[in-house]
Design a protein around this ligand. Structure first.
Ligand code: PEP
Ligand code: MG
Length: 559
Protein backbone atom coordinates (compact mmCIF):
# COMPACT_ATOMS: atom_id res chain seq x y z
CA UNK A 1 0.00 0.00 0.00
CA UNK A 2 1.34 3.45 -0.88
CA UNK A 3 -0.20 6.70 0.39
CA UNK A 4 0.58 9.97 -1.31
CA UNK A 5 -0.63 13.29 -0.01
CA UNK A 6 -2.03 16.21 -1.97
CA UNK A 7 -4.53 18.95 -1.36
CA UNK A 8 -8.19 17.94 -1.24
CA UNK A 9 -10.14 20.59 -3.16
CA UNK A 10 -13.46 18.82 -3.69
CA UNK A 11 -14.82 16.44 -1.05
CA UNK A 12 -15.97 12.85 -1.51
CA UNK A 13 -14.24 9.49 -1.77
CA UNK A 14 -13.47 8.04 -5.21
CA UNK A 15 -12.58 4.36 -5.59
CA UNK A 16 -11.38 2.74 -8.82
CA UNK A 17 -8.52 2.14 -11.21
CA UNK A 18 -6.14 5.02 -11.87
CA UNK A 19 -6.04 6.23 -15.44
CA UNK A 20 -3.76 8.89 -16.90
CA UNK A 21 -5.43 11.42 -19.17
CA UNK A 22 -4.43 10.91 -22.79
CA UNK A 23 -3.47 14.10 -24.51
CA UNK A 24 -3.19 14.35 -28.29
CA UNK A 25 0.46 15.24 -28.75
CA UNK A 26 1.58 16.87 -31.92
CA UNK A 27 5.05 18.14 -32.48
CA UNK A 28 5.24 21.90 -32.66
CA UNK A 29 6.24 22.97 -36.16
CA UNK A 30 8.70 25.86 -36.51
CA UNK A 31 9.54 27.44 -39.84
CA UNK A 32 10.02 30.78 -41.51
CA UNK A 33 7.19 32.26 -43.53
CA UNK A 34 7.56 34.77 -46.32
CA UNK A 35 3.90 35.56 -46.94
CA UNK A 36 3.26 37.01 -43.48
CA UNK A 37 -0.16 38.32 -44.55
CA UNK A 38 -1.39 34.84 -45.42
CA UNK A 39 0.05 33.48 -42.17
CA UNK A 40 -1.77 36.17 -40.18
CA UNK A 41 -5.02 35.20 -41.85
CA UNK A 42 -4.32 31.55 -41.07
CA UNK A 43 -3.97 32.54 -37.42
CA UNK A 44 -7.16 34.66 -37.54
CA UNK A 45 -9.10 31.72 -39.00
CA UNK A 46 -7.95 29.42 -36.19
CA UNK A 47 -8.69 32.11 -33.60
CA UNK A 48 -12.26 32.53 -34.91
CA UNK A 49 -12.80 28.77 -34.90
CA UNK A 50 -11.47 28.57 -31.33
CA UNK A 51 -13.85 31.31 -30.17
CA UNK A 52 -16.72 29.45 -31.79
CA UNK A 53 -15.73 26.17 -30.10
CA UNK A 54 -15.46 27.97 -26.76
CA UNK A 55 -18.96 29.37 -27.22
CA UNK A 56 -20.27 25.82 -27.67
CA UNK A 57 -18.33 24.67 -24.60
CA UNK A 58 -19.83 27.56 -22.60
CA UNK A 59 -23.32 26.33 -23.60
CA UNK A 60 -22.45 22.76 -22.59
CA UNK A 61 -20.99 23.96 -19.28
CA UNK A 62 -24.09 26.08 -18.59
CA UNK A 63 -26.30 23.05 -19.13
CA UNK A 64 -24.18 20.68 -17.02
CA UNK A 65 -22.83 22.92 -14.30
CA UNK A 66 -24.44 26.36 -14.46
CA UNK A 67 -23.41 29.95 -15.11
CA UNK A 68 -20.21 29.92 -13.07
CA UNK A 69 -18.75 27.08 -15.15
CA UNK A 70 -19.95 28.72 -18.38
CA UNK A 71 -18.15 31.90 -17.41
CA UNK A 72 -14.81 30.07 -17.54
CA UNK A 73 -15.25 29.55 -21.24
CA UNK A 74 -16.61 33.02 -21.83
CA UNK A 75 -13.44 34.31 -20.15
CA UNK A 76 -11.41 32.08 -22.48
CA UNK A 77 -13.21 33.60 -25.44
CA UNK A 78 -12.11 37.02 -24.23
CA UNK A 79 -8.54 35.79 -23.70
CA UNK A 80 -8.43 34.39 -27.25
CA UNK A 81 -9.05 37.88 -28.63
CA UNK A 82 -7.20 39.85 -25.98
CA UNK A 83 -5.46 42.76 -27.70
CA UNK A 84 -2.06 42.30 -26.02
CA UNK A 85 -2.09 38.58 -26.76
CA UNK A 86 -3.07 39.15 -30.38
CA UNK A 87 -0.50 41.93 -30.85
CA UNK A 88 2.30 39.71 -29.52
CA UNK A 89 1.36 37.00 -32.04
CA UNK A 90 1.02 39.50 -34.87
CA UNK A 91 4.45 40.95 -34.08
CA UNK A 92 6.09 37.53 -34.35
CA UNK A 93 4.27 36.59 -37.56
CA UNK A 94 5.34 39.90 -39.10
CA UNK A 95 8.92 38.88 -38.38
CA UNK A 96 8.41 35.65 -40.35
CA UNK A 97 7.58 33.25 -37.51
CA UNK A 98 4.93 30.67 -38.45
CA UNK A 99 1.55 30.90 -36.68
CA UNK A 100 2.00 27.74 -34.54
CA UNK A 101 5.34 28.91 -33.15
CA UNK A 102 4.04 32.46 -32.62
CA UNK A 103 1.02 31.18 -30.63
CA UNK A 104 3.13 28.72 -28.59
CA UNK A 105 5.80 31.30 -27.74
CA UNK A 106 3.23 33.97 -26.83
CA UNK A 107 1.42 31.45 -24.61
CA UNK A 108 4.69 30.70 -22.80
CA UNK A 109 5.40 34.42 -22.28
CA UNK A 110 1.92 35.17 -20.94
CA UNK A 111 1.85 32.06 -18.74
CA UNK A 112 5.24 33.00 -17.26
CA UNK A 113 3.93 36.50 -16.57
CA UNK A 114 0.84 35.15 -14.74
CA UNK A 115 2.91 32.58 -12.83
CA UNK A 116 5.20 35.33 -11.54
CA UNK A 117 2.32 37.27 -9.97
CA UNK A 118 1.85 37.24 -6.19
CA UNK A 119 -1.87 36.58 -6.26
CA UNK A 120 -2.64 32.82 -6.36
CA UNK A 121 -5.78 33.45 -8.40
CA UNK A 122 -3.76 35.26 -11.09
CA UNK A 123 -1.12 32.50 -11.00
CA UNK A 124 -3.82 29.97 -11.79
CA UNK A 125 -4.65 32.00 -14.94
CA UNK A 126 -1.40 30.73 -16.52
CA UNK A 127 -3.23 27.43 -17.14
CA UNK A 128 -6.05 29.35 -18.86
CA UNK A 129 -3.84 31.14 -21.36
CA UNK A 130 -2.14 27.82 -22.20
CA UNK A 131 -5.50 26.15 -22.59
CA UNK A 132 -6.73 28.81 -25.01
CA UNK A 133 -3.47 28.68 -26.96
CA UNK A 134 -3.50 24.85 -27.14
CA UNK A 135 -6.97 25.06 -28.64
CA UNK A 136 -5.77 27.48 -31.33
CA UNK A 137 -2.70 25.29 -31.91
CA UNK A 138 -4.75 22.13 -32.30
CA UNK A 139 -6.95 23.89 -34.86
CA UNK A 140 -3.87 25.12 -36.74
CA UNK A 141 -2.35 21.62 -36.80
CA UNK A 142 -5.61 19.70 -37.25
CA UNK A 143 -5.02 17.59 -34.09
CA UNK A 144 -7.88 15.87 -32.26
CA UNK A 145 -8.63 16.38 -28.56
CA UNK A 146 -7.57 13.84 -25.94
CA UNK A 147 -9.89 11.96 -23.55
CA UNK A 148 -10.57 8.75 -21.66
CA UNK A 149 -10.33 5.51 -23.59
CA UNK A 150 -11.66 3.17 -20.91
CA UNK A 151 -14.77 1.04 -20.67
CA UNK A 152 -15.05 1.36 -16.87
CA UNK A 153 -15.21 4.52 -14.71
CA UNK A 154 -11.77 5.68 -13.53
CA UNK A 155 -9.94 7.99 -11.18
CA UNK A 156 -8.52 10.40 -13.70
CA UNK A 157 -4.88 11.39 -13.20
CA UNK A 158 -3.02 14.17 -15.03
CA UNK A 159 -0.28 16.72 -14.47
CA UNK A 160 -3.06 19.30 -14.64
CA UNK A 161 -6.33 19.47 -16.51
CA UNK A 162 -7.40 22.47 -18.51
CA UNK A 163 -11.00 23.59 -17.96
CA UNK A 164 -11.89 22.78 -21.54
CA UNK A 165 -10.47 19.29 -21.10
CA UNK A 166 -12.45 18.83 -17.89
CA UNK A 167 -15.78 19.96 -19.31
CA UNK A 168 -15.44 17.82 -22.46
CA UNK A 169 -14.97 14.61 -20.45
CA UNK A 170 -17.72 12.05 -20.12
CA UNK A 171 -18.57 12.60 -16.42
CA UNK A 172 -20.12 9.12 -16.07
CA UNK A 173 -16.59 7.75 -16.56
CA UNK A 174 -15.00 9.81 -13.77
CA UNK A 175 -14.83 8.77 -10.12
CA UNK A 176 -12.43 11.54 -9.15
CA UNK A 177 -9.58 13.79 -10.27
CA UNK A 178 -6.00 13.53 -9.04
CA UNK A 179 -3.40 15.92 -10.42
CA UNK A 180 0.28 16.68 -9.83
CA UNK A 181 -0.17 20.42 -10.22
CA UNK A 182 -3.10 22.75 -9.60
CA UNK A 183 -4.47 24.68 -6.65
CA UNK A 184 -7.76 25.20 -4.83
CA UNK A 185 -8.59 28.04 -7.21
CA UNK A 186 -7.62 26.18 -10.39
CA UNK A 187 -10.53 25.58 -12.69
CA UNK A 188 -10.38 21.81 -12.36
CA UNK A 189 -10.99 22.34 -8.64
CA UNK A 190 -13.83 24.80 -9.28
CA UNK A 191 -15.52 22.52 -11.80
CA UNK A 192 -15.03 19.43 -9.62
CA UNK A 193 -16.76 21.19 -6.74
CA UNK A 194 -19.61 22.34 -8.95
CA UNK A 195 -20.05 18.82 -10.37
CA UNK A 196 -19.64 17.18 -6.94
CA UNK A 197 -16.68 14.99 -8.04
CA UNK A 198 -13.87 14.34 -5.50
CA UNK A 199 -10.60 16.05 -6.47
CA UNK A 200 -7.07 16.15 -5.13
CA UNK A 201 -4.48 18.46 -6.61
CA UNK A 202 -0.82 19.32 -5.98
CA UNK A 203 0.43 15.72 -5.65
CA UNK A 204 3.69 16.67 -7.36
CA UNK A 205 6.13 13.95 -8.41
CA UNK A 206 4.60 11.44 -6.03
CA UNK A 207 1.87 10.83 -8.64
CA UNK A 208 3.80 8.35 -10.81
CA UNK A 209 2.80 7.03 -14.27
CA UNK A 210 3.58 3.48 -13.05
CA UNK A 211 0.46 3.66 -10.83
CA UNK A 212 -1.73 3.52 -13.92
CA UNK A 213 -4.27 0.69 -13.79
CA UNK A 214 -3.72 0.03 -10.09
CA UNK A 215 -6.49 0.07 -7.53
CA UNK A 216 -6.73 3.49 -5.88
CA UNK A 217 -8.83 5.33 -3.30
CA UNK A 218 -8.81 9.13 -3.38
CA UNK A 219 -10.20 11.03 -0.40
CA UNK A 220 -11.08 14.58 -1.47
CA UNK A 221 -11.69 15.53 2.16
CA UNK A 222 -8.19 14.75 3.47
CA UNK A 223 -6.23 14.95 0.20
CA UNK A 224 -4.90 11.37 0.63
CA UNK A 225 -4.51 9.09 -2.38
CA UNK A 226 -3.99 5.43 -1.46
CA UNK A 227 -2.55 3.08 -4.09
CA UNK A 228 -3.23 -0.67 -3.58
CA UNK A 229 -4.98 -0.08 -0.22
CA UNK A 230 -4.80 -2.83 2.38
CA UNK A 231 -8.07 -4.39 3.57
CA UNK A 232 -8.39 -2.25 6.67
CA UNK A 233 -7.86 1.04 4.78
CA UNK A 234 -10.17 -0.03 1.98
CA UNK A 235 -12.93 -0.95 4.45
CA UNK A 236 -12.52 2.29 6.37
CA UNK A 237 -12.61 4.52 3.29
CA UNK A 238 -15.42 2.58 1.65
CA UNK A 239 -17.43 3.03 4.81
CA UNK A 240 -16.71 6.75 4.70
CA UNK A 241 -17.78 6.87 1.05
CA UNK A 242 -20.99 4.94 1.75
CA UNK A 243 -21.79 7.23 4.67
CA UNK A 244 -21.25 10.31 2.48
CA UNK A 245 -23.35 8.86 -0.31
CA UNK A 246 -26.10 7.93 2.14
CA UNK A 247 -26.11 11.47 3.51
CA UNK A 248 -26.01 12.88 -0.01
CA UNK A 249 -29.02 10.78 -1.03
CA UNK A 250 -30.88 11.75 2.12
CA UNK A 251 -30.15 15.41 1.45
CA UNK A 252 -31.34 15.06 -2.15
CA UNK A 253 -34.70 13.80 -0.89
CA UNK A 254 -35.03 16.98 1.16
CA UNK A 255 -35.15 19.20 -1.91
CA UNK A 256 -38.57 20.81 -2.13
CA UNK A 257 -39.39 19.86 1.49
CA UNK A 258 -40.35 22.51 4.08
CA UNK A 259 -37.94 23.61 6.83
CA UNK A 260 -40.19 22.56 9.64
CA UNK A 261 -39.44 21.07 13.05
CA UNK A 262 -41.20 18.03 14.51
CA UNK A 263 -43.30 20.38 16.63
CA UNK A 264 -44.31 22.45 13.63
CA UNK A 265 -42.00 25.49 13.89
CA UNK A 266 -40.83 26.72 10.54
CA UNK A 267 -37.77 28.74 9.63
CA UNK A 268 -36.72 30.19 6.30
CA UNK A 269 -33.38 28.93 4.97
CA UNK A 270 -31.86 31.47 2.62
CA UNK A 271 -28.40 31.77 1.03
CA UNK A 272 -25.39 34.06 1.16
CA UNK A 273 -23.93 35.02 -2.22
CA UNK A 274 -21.20 37.27 -3.59
CA UNK A 275 -22.60 37.92 -7.07
CA UNK A 276 -24.92 36.80 -9.89
CA UNK A 277 -22.68 33.80 -10.66
CA UNK A 278 -23.61 32.22 -7.30
CA UNK A 279 -27.35 32.08 -7.98
CA UNK A 280 -27.04 28.72 -9.72
CA UNK A 281 -25.70 27.16 -6.49
CA UNK A 282 -28.67 28.65 -4.59
CA UNK A 283 -31.10 27.05 -7.02
CA UNK A 284 -29.33 23.67 -7.10
CA UNK A 285 -29.34 23.54 -3.30
CA UNK A 286 -32.96 24.69 -3.05
CA UNK A 287 -32.31 27.88 -1.10
CA UNK A 288 -35.55 29.71 -0.28
CA UNK A 289 -34.15 33.12 -1.18
CA UNK A 290 -31.04 35.22 -0.77
CA UNK A 291 -30.52 36.50 2.75
CA UNK A 292 -27.20 38.21 2.12
CA UNK A 293 -25.81 39.42 -1.19
CA UNK A 294 -22.43 40.90 -0.23
CA UNK A 295 -22.53 43.76 -2.75
CA UNK A 296 -18.94 44.81 -1.96
CA UNK A 297 -17.74 41.96 -4.19
CA UNK A 298 -18.81 44.09 -7.16
CA UNK A 299 -16.41 46.74 -5.89
CA UNK A 300 -13.66 44.27 -4.93
CA UNK A 301 -13.72 42.76 -8.44
CA UNK A 302 -13.40 46.14 -10.18
CA UNK A 303 -10.50 48.49 -10.83
CA UNK A 304 -12.59 51.54 -10.11
CA UNK A 305 -16.03 52.34 -8.70
CA UNK A 306 -18.65 50.23 -10.51
CA UNK A 307 -21.10 52.56 -12.24
CA UNK A 308 -24.80 52.79 -11.40
CA UNK A 309 -25.57 50.90 -14.63
CA UNK A 310 -23.09 48.11 -13.87
CA UNK A 311 -24.50 47.65 -10.38
CA UNK A 312 -28.08 47.84 -11.63
CA UNK A 313 -27.41 45.07 -14.14
CA UNK A 314 -25.86 42.78 -11.49
CA UNK A 315 -28.71 43.34 -8.99
CA UNK A 316 -31.37 42.99 -11.70
CA UNK A 317 -29.85 39.72 -12.90
CA UNK A 318 -29.95 38.22 -9.41
CA UNK A 319 -33.54 39.40 -8.85
CA UNK A 320 -34.69 38.05 -12.21
CA UNK A 321 -32.85 34.75 -11.80
CA UNK A 322 -34.40 34.30 -8.34
CA UNK A 323 -37.79 34.59 -10.03
CA UNK A 324 -39.80 36.43 -7.39
CA UNK A 325 -38.06 34.93 -4.35
CA UNK A 326 -36.74 37.37 -1.78
CA UNK A 327 -33.27 38.86 -2.40
CA UNK A 328 -31.65 40.88 0.37
CA UNK A 329 -28.75 42.98 -0.80
CA UNK A 330 -26.57 44.64 1.76
CA UNK A 331 -25.04 47.93 0.85
CA UNK A 332 -21.30 48.16 0.34
CA UNK A 333 -19.30 46.82 3.30
CA UNK A 334 -15.81 48.08 2.54
CA UNK A 335 -13.15 48.79 5.14
CA UNK A 336 -11.68 46.64 7.95
CA UNK A 337 -10.43 43.45 6.29
CA UNK A 338 -11.84 44.44 2.86
CA UNK A 339 -9.66 47.28 1.62
CA UNK A 340 -9.83 48.69 -1.91
CA UNK A 341 -7.09 51.01 -3.22
CA UNK A 342 -9.35 53.21 -5.32
CA UNK A 343 -11.44 54.10 -2.27
CA UNK A 344 -8.32 55.93 -1.06
CA UNK A 345 -9.23 55.46 2.57
CA UNK A 346 -6.71 57.02 4.92
CA UNK A 347 -4.51 54.63 6.86
CA UNK A 348 -6.08 53.67 10.20
CA UNK A 349 -4.53 52.10 13.27
CA UNK A 350 -7.70 50.06 13.93
CA UNK A 351 -9.57 49.67 10.63
CA UNK A 352 -12.13 47.24 12.11
CA UNK A 353 -13.16 50.11 14.40
CA UNK A 354 -12.83 52.74 11.73
CA UNK A 355 -14.26 53.93 8.43
CA UNK A 356 -16.20 50.90 7.40
CA UNK A 357 -19.45 49.97 5.63
CA UNK A 358 -22.37 52.35 6.35
CA UNK A 359 -19.94 54.84 7.87
CA UNK A 360 -18.34 55.25 4.45
CA UNK A 361 -21.70 55.34 2.70
CA UNK A 362 -23.01 58.11 4.97
CA UNK A 363 -19.76 60.06 4.71
CA UNK A 364 -19.83 59.89 0.89
CA UNK A 365 -23.48 60.52 -0.01
CA UNK A 366 -22.84 60.64 -3.77
CA UNK A 367 -21.21 57.23 -3.66
CA UNK A 368 -24.10 55.90 -1.56
CA UNK A 369 -26.73 57.48 -3.81
CA UNK A 370 -25.23 55.68 -6.84
CA UNK A 371 -25.66 52.33 -5.13
CA UNK A 372 -29.15 53.13 -3.85
CA UNK A 373 -30.29 54.26 -7.31
CA UNK A 374 -29.00 51.01 -8.81
CA UNK A 375 -30.78 49.04 -6.10
CA UNK A 376 -34.13 50.82 -6.45
CA UNK A 377 -34.03 50.63 -10.26
CA UNK A 378 -33.41 46.88 -9.95
CA UNK A 379 -36.23 46.53 -7.42
CA UNK A 380 -38.75 46.66 -10.27
CA UNK A 381 -37.59 43.16 -11.31
CA UNK A 382 -38.22 41.09 -8.16
CA UNK A 383 -38.62 41.08 -4.41
CA UNK A 384 -35.81 43.21 -3.03
CA UNK A 385 -34.69 43.91 0.53
CA UNK A 386 -31.89 46.34 1.34
CA UNK A 387 -29.87 46.13 4.53
CA UNK A 388 -27.20 48.31 6.06
CA UNK A 389 -24.01 46.92 7.63
CA UNK A 390 -22.06 48.09 10.70
CA UNK A 391 -24.82 50.09 12.34
CA UNK A 392 -24.47 51.42 15.88
CA UNK A 393 -27.05 54.24 16.18
CA UNK A 394 -30.63 55.07 15.31
CA UNK A 395 -29.60 58.28 13.55
CA UNK A 396 -27.52 56.32 11.04
CA UNK A 397 -30.59 54.37 9.94
CA UNK A 398 -32.70 57.51 9.76
CA UNK A 399 -30.12 59.18 7.57
CA UNK A 400 -29.79 56.11 5.33
CA UNK A 401 -33.58 55.88 4.98
CA UNK A 402 -33.76 59.59 4.14
CA UNK A 403 -31.35 59.01 1.28
CA UNK A 404 -33.50 56.08 0.12
CA UNK A 405 -36.53 58.39 0.07
CA UNK A 406 -34.63 61.02 -1.92
CA UNK A 407 -33.53 58.44 -4.46
CA UNK A 408 -37.08 57.12 -4.83
CA UNK A 409 -38.46 60.64 -5.25
CA UNK A 410 -35.90 61.34 -7.96
CA UNK A 411 -36.68 58.08 -9.80
CA UNK A 412 -40.40 58.88 -9.54
CA UNK A 413 -39.88 62.40 -10.89
CA UNK A 414 -38.03 60.96 -13.86
CA UNK A 415 -40.57 58.24 -14.56
CA UNK A 416 -38.09 55.45 -13.78
CA UNK A 417 -39.82 52.35 -12.39
CA UNK A 418 -39.03 50.95 -8.94
CA UNK A 419 -40.87 48.89 -6.34
CA UNK A 420 -42.65 50.49 -3.37
CA UNK A 421 -42.34 47.20 -1.44
CA UNK A 422 -38.62 47.16 -0.78
CA UNK A 423 -37.98 45.98 2.78
CA UNK A 424 -35.34 47.84 4.76
CA UNK A 425 -33.21 46.06 7.34
CA UNK A 426 -30.43 46.59 9.82
CA UNK A 427 -27.55 44.20 10.21
CA UNK A 428 -26.97 43.54 13.87
CA UNK A 429 -23.19 43.32 13.97
CA UNK A 430 -22.23 45.52 16.89
CA UNK A 431 -23.12 45.25 20.58
CA UNK A 432 -24.54 48.79 20.27
CA UNK A 433 -27.01 47.70 17.59
CA UNK A 434 -28.04 44.68 19.68
CA UNK A 435 -28.51 46.80 22.81
CA UNK A 436 -30.46 49.41 20.82
CA UNK A 437 -32.49 46.78 18.95
CA UNK A 438 -35.73 47.81 20.72
CA UNK A 439 -35.37 51.28 19.15
CA UNK A 440 -33.91 50.16 15.84
CA UNK A 441 -36.82 47.73 15.40
CA UNK A 442 -39.18 50.73 15.15
CA UNK A 443 -37.26 52.05 12.14
CA UNK A 444 -37.02 48.99 9.88
CA UNK A 445 -38.74 45.88 8.50
CA UNK A 446 -36.21 43.28 9.63
CA UNK A 447 -32.95 42.50 11.40
CA UNK A 448 -30.19 40.26 10.08
CA UNK A 449 -27.55 39.28 12.62
CA UNK A 450 -24.01 39.31 11.27
CA UNK A 451 -22.58 36.99 13.88
CA UNK A 452 -19.04 37.04 12.44
CA UNK A 453 -18.73 40.69 13.37
CA UNK A 454 -21.08 40.53 16.34
CA UNK A 455 -18.72 37.97 17.89
CA UNK A 456 -15.67 40.06 17.01
CA UNK A 457 -17.04 43.26 18.52
CA UNK A 458 -18.75 41.68 21.53
CA UNK A 459 -15.73 39.65 22.59
CA UNK A 460 -13.17 42.28 21.49
CA UNK A 461 -11.54 39.56 19.38
CA UNK A 462 -10.15 40.24 15.91
CA UNK A 463 -11.91 37.78 13.55
CA UNK A 464 -8.83 37.83 11.29
CA UNK A 465 -6.42 36.72 13.99
CA UNK A 466 -6.12 32.92 13.93
CA UNK A 467 -3.93 32.97 17.03
CA UNK A 468 -6.89 34.03 19.16
CA UNK A 469 -8.27 30.52 18.73
CA UNK A 470 -10.68 29.67 21.53
CA UNK A 471 -11.00 33.31 22.62
CA UNK A 472 -13.00 33.99 19.44
CA UNK A 473 -15.96 31.85 20.44
CA UNK A 474 -19.25 32.55 18.64
CA UNK A 475 -20.94 30.17 21.11
CA UNK A 476 -20.04 32.54 23.95
CA UNK A 477 -23.08 33.22 26.14
CA UNK A 478 -22.60 36.96 25.61
CA UNK A 479 -23.18 36.49 21.87
CA UNK A 480 -26.11 34.12 22.38
CA UNK A 481 -27.74 36.40 24.94
CA UNK A 482 -27.50 39.30 22.51
CA UNK A 483 -29.09 37.17 19.79
CA UNK A 484 -31.94 36.27 22.12
CA UNK A 485 -32.41 39.91 23.10
CA UNK A 486 -32.44 41.02 19.46
CA UNK A 487 -34.96 38.31 18.57
CA UNK A 488 -37.27 39.32 21.42
CA UNK A 489 -37.04 43.00 20.51
CA UNK A 490 -37.72 42.24 16.85
CA UNK A 491 -40.79 40.17 17.66
CA UNK A 492 -42.14 42.67 20.21
CA UNK A 493 -42.11 45.21 17.42
CA UNK A 494 -43.59 42.89 14.81
CA UNK A 495 -40.55 42.51 12.58
CA UNK A 496 -38.62 39.38 11.56
CA UNK A 497 -35.07 38.47 12.47
CA UNK A 498 -32.45 36.35 10.73
CA UNK A 499 -28.84 35.27 11.08
CA UNK A 500 -26.54 35.67 8.11
CA UNK A 501 -23.14 35.09 9.77
CA UNK A 502 -21.39 31.71 9.67
CA UNK A 503 -23.09 30.76 12.92
CA UNK A 504 -26.39 30.31 11.05
CA UNK A 505 -25.05 27.07 9.55
CA UNK A 506 -23.65 25.77 12.83
CA UNK A 507 -25.74 22.66 13.43
CA UNK A 508 -24.79 22.58 17.11
CA UNK A 509 -26.87 25.74 17.54
CA UNK A 510 -29.80 25.01 15.24
CA UNK A 511 -31.95 23.91 18.16
CA UNK A 512 -30.97 27.02 20.14
CA UNK A 513 -31.90 29.33 17.25
CA UNK A 514 -35.22 27.55 16.75
CA UNK A 515 -35.94 27.77 20.48
CA UNK A 516 -35.20 31.51 20.38
CA UNK A 517 -37.62 31.90 17.47
CA UNK A 518 -35.18 33.08 14.80
CA UNK A 519 -37.20 33.45 11.58
CA UNK A 520 -34.51 33.07 8.92
CA UNK A 521 -31.07 31.50 8.62
CA UNK A 522 -28.95 32.60 5.67
CA UNK A 523 -26.09 30.24 4.89
CA UNK A 524 -23.76 29.24 2.06
CA UNK A 525 -25.71 27.30 -0.61
CA UNK A 526 -24.06 23.96 0.25
CA UNK A 527 -25.21 24.30 3.87
CA UNK A 528 -28.93 24.56 2.99
CA UNK A 529 -29.81 20.86 2.87
CA UNK A 530 -27.78 19.77 5.94
CA UNK A 531 -29.45 22.62 7.83
CA UNK A 532 -32.90 21.62 6.57
CA UNK A 533 -32.17 18.10 7.76
CA UNK A 534 -31.18 19.39 11.22
CA UNK A 535 -34.33 21.55 11.44
CA UNK A 536 -36.55 18.62 10.51
CA UNK A 537 -34.91 16.40 13.16
CA UNK A 538 -35.52 18.98 15.91
CA UNK A 539 -38.36 19.03 18.38
CA UNK A 540 -38.06 22.31 20.30
CA UNK A 541 -40.41 21.02 23.00
CA UNK A 542 -37.70 18.61 24.17
CA UNK A 543 -34.79 20.89 25.03
CA UNK A 544 -36.02 24.34 24.01
CA UNK A 545 -37.07 25.59 27.47
CA UNK A 546 -33.85 24.21 29.00
CA UNK A 547 -31.70 25.91 26.37
CA UNK A 548 -33.44 29.26 26.86
CA UNK A 549 -33.18 28.98 30.65
CA UNK A 550 -29.47 28.20 30.36
CA UNK A 551 -28.94 31.56 28.64
CA UNK A 552 -30.33 33.26 31.74
CA UNK A 553 -28.46 31.12 34.28
CA UNK A 554 -24.77 31.24 35.05
CA UNK A 555 -24.54 27.78 33.62
CA UNK A 556 -24.58 27.42 29.87
CA UNK A 557 -23.75 24.30 27.90
CA UNK A 558 -22.13 26.46 25.22
CA UNK A 559 -19.35 28.20 27.20
C1 PEP B 1 -21.10 39.02 9.56
O1 PEP B 1 -20.37 39.89 10.05
O2 PEP B 1 -21.51 38.04 10.21
C2 PEP B 1 -21.50 39.10 8.14
C3 PEP B 1 -22.42 38.32 7.64
O3 PEP B 1 -20.84 39.99 7.36
P1 PEP B 1 -19.33 39.78 6.85
O4 PEP B 1 -18.88 38.40 7.24
O5 PEP B 1 -19.35 39.97 5.39
O6 PEP B 1 -18.61 40.87 7.59
MG1 MG C 1 -20.06 41.69 8.92
Amino acid sequence: MITIQGKGVSTGVGVGPLYFYRRATTELKRYTVTDTDAEWHRFKGAQTAAIEQLGKLADKAREEAGDEAAMLFETHQMMAEDMDYEEAIEGMINEGVNAEAAVADTAEQFAAMFSAMDDSYMQARAADVKDVSDRILSILSGAVQGGIDSEVPVLLAADDLAPSETIQLDKSKILGFVTSKGSGSSHTAILARILGIPAIVGLGDSLKPEYEGRSVIADGGTGAVVIDPDDETRDRLLKKRDEQLRLQRLLETLKGQPNITKDGKSVRIFCNIGGPEDVHAVQVNDGGGIGLFRSEFLYLNAKTYPTEQEQYEAYKKVLEDMDGKEVIIRTCDIGADKQIDYFELPHEENPALGMRALRISLSRPDFFRTQLRALYRASAYGKLGIMFPMVTSVWEIREAKKLCEEVKADLHANGIPYSEDVQIGVMIETPAAAIMSDRLAKEVDFFSCGTNDLTQYTLACDRQNNDLGRFYNPHHPAVLRLLKMVTDNAHKNGIWVGICGELGADLELTETFLAMGIDELSVSPRAVLPLRNAVRMTDTRENGPKILASLEDDFTPHV
